[in-house]
Ligand binder design. Structure first.
Ligand SMILES: [Zn+2]
Ligand SMILES: [Zn+2]
Length: 199
């Protein structure tokens, strides 16, 4: 009967979650939680995968490839669009790249558990668990890479180029969506190309 009040409560909860998501505790809690989940998935996958090391390697490679694609899709079409929970946190990151703005610590783990359940419905259990363990570690690698890109001054030319591609994204938010790899920017045509100076 009191729609404005209801909206205020929802807004207050959302604001609280967004505020919590920008804390250092939230950031590292998520790394710990996701690492634990990744270990559980890989160990369970190894126990179920039978006697095929090739199957396990295939699951790991497919998991990393799948994750890198999701990394691109989320960054391009969810973080840079109007979905409040995603867009708000990411906008704060663009404004303050050295901050700890990220997703609420429980959200990626919950999504990964749901995705694991769905994978187990369509693929052999061991393969699905191993692949989702690989997706989880891909996600952790993404988080730590992103942190390092903004907090570490790399000396090696290759690492400087890799980090530089993401720094370019902060100046040109419509390109270089991939953080861990430029693969999908190259495939989907969003790799930053320096334009020749107009005379
Ligand atoms: Zn960044
Ligand atoms: Zn961005």
């Amino acid at each position: 009967m009191h729609p404005p009040m209801k909206r205020n409560l929802a807004g207050t909860i959302l604001d609280g979650i967004v505020r919590m998501s920008s804390t250092r505790t939230n950031y590292w809690a998520e790394v710990v939680l996701d690492s634990a989940l990744g270990c559980v998935l890989v160990v369970a996958g190894w126990q179920h995968h039978g006697s095929s090391p090739i199957g396990a390697v295939l699951a790991v490679v497919l998991g990393l490839l799948t994750f890198s694609f999701f990394e691109y899709v989320f960054h391009r079409w969810m973080f840079h669009t109007g979905i409040p929970l995603f867009e708000q946190g990411h906008r704060m990151h663009h404004e303050h790249p050295l901050g700890y703005d990220s997703l609420p610590f429980f959200l990626p783990g919950a999504v990964l558990v749901i995705l694991t359940g769905l994978c187990m419905m369509v693929a052999p259990t061991g393969f699905a668990l191993m692949m989702m363990g690989s997706v989880t570690f891909g996600y952790i690698a993404y988080g730590l890479s992103h942190f390092a890109i903004h907090h570490v001054r790399f000396k090696r030319p290759l690492l400087r180029r890799w980090a530089g591609a993401h720094h370019v994204h902060h100046y040109h938010p419509d390109c270089n969506f991939g953080v861990t790899t430029p693969l999908w920017d190259v495939v989907l045509g969003t790799r930053y190309v320096r334009k020749a100076r107009e005379l």
